[in-house]
Design a protein around this ligand. Structure first.
Ligand SMILES: C[S@@+](CC[C@H](N)C(=O)[O-])C[C@H]1O[C@@H](n2cnc3c(N)ncnc32)[C@H](O)[C@@H]1O
Length: 223
């Protein structure tokens, strides 16, 4: 196993090939990004996107909601630079920040979105983030998460697989002498059931799966 890479270094280094490589290996490919726009409420005027990367999910969103105001967070500046080149004239505020540490505010957005960014984090880290996300959307607003998840419909041992990913990540960190609290790039997908539990624990209601192709699952949650 190659050395674990710190999260921003991983994505900064892969930014030039990211769009092609990423859409080539995820379930649903580019369709998994395009379909997200159709799940946003018709009245959406403000959106926060956590781990926005190069903005693959934005093309369909900007088409359906011309004039939408988007705030995007990402820790990899090279990903954000490519996004800026793709959509130079749109109302997109980009923040090169760690969304786990940043205060996302209170009631600022009609909708919050995260796409393929949270499958690197533990239950505790995600549940704390979901609380912040719930706080930053307006009452009646929605949170949509599109991510790599383990579906119990497809594999009986989804929980076992989740446990195995987390255990392997810990083993690698120990083996490589990593003791700091920085984020490293290693996939630790969670089961759909656990995802739904975490969102409910953070106070969201009406949490449900709305789309799935392969391991790419979209969940919606309401404030
Ligand atoms: C697989 S990419 C997804 C990009 C885009 N949302 C998409 O679906 O194509 C994951 C992105 O999340 C960002 N990311 C991961 N952890 C982050 C954190 N804690 N704070 C901000 N950005 C983060 C990475 O830098 C990377 O650009």
């Amino acid at each position: 196993m190659p050395a674990l890479e710190e999260m921003s270094a991983f994505f900064n280094g892969r930014a030039p090939q990211y769009d092609r490589v990423h859409t080539g290996h995820i379930g649903g490919g580019i369709e998994s990004k395009r379909v997200i726009a159709s799940f946003l409420p018709a009245r959406t005027k403000t959106l926060v996107d956590l781990g926005i990367g190069t903005g693959l999910e934005l093309e369909a969103i900007l088409q359906r909601f011309p004039g939408i105001e988007i705030t995007g967070f990402d820790i990899a500046e090279n990903m954000l630079r490519l996004l800026g080149e793709k959509y130079p004239s749109q109302k997109i505020r980009l923040l090169c920040e760690n969304y786990l540490e940043y205060d996302l505010g209170d009631g600022l957005y009609d909708a919050a979105l995260s796409v393929m960014t949270l499958h690197h984090y533990t239950h505790d880290v995600k549940t704390a983030l979901y609380r912040k996300i719930r706080r930053c959307v307006r009452p009646g607003g929605v949170y949509i998460e599109c991510d790599y998840m383990l579906s119990e419909n497809d594999c009986e041992d989804a929980q076992k697989q989740e446990d195995m990913h987390f255990a392997e990540y810990e083993r690698l960190k120990n083996e490589q002498g990593i003791t700091d609290n920085r984020e490293y790039h290693y996939d630790t997908p969670c089961t759909v059931t656990n995802q739904i539990k975490m969102l409910c624990a953070a106070g969201f209601t009406g949490v449900r799966k709305i789309w799935q192709t392969g391991n790419t699952v979209i969940l919606i949650a309401r404030k």
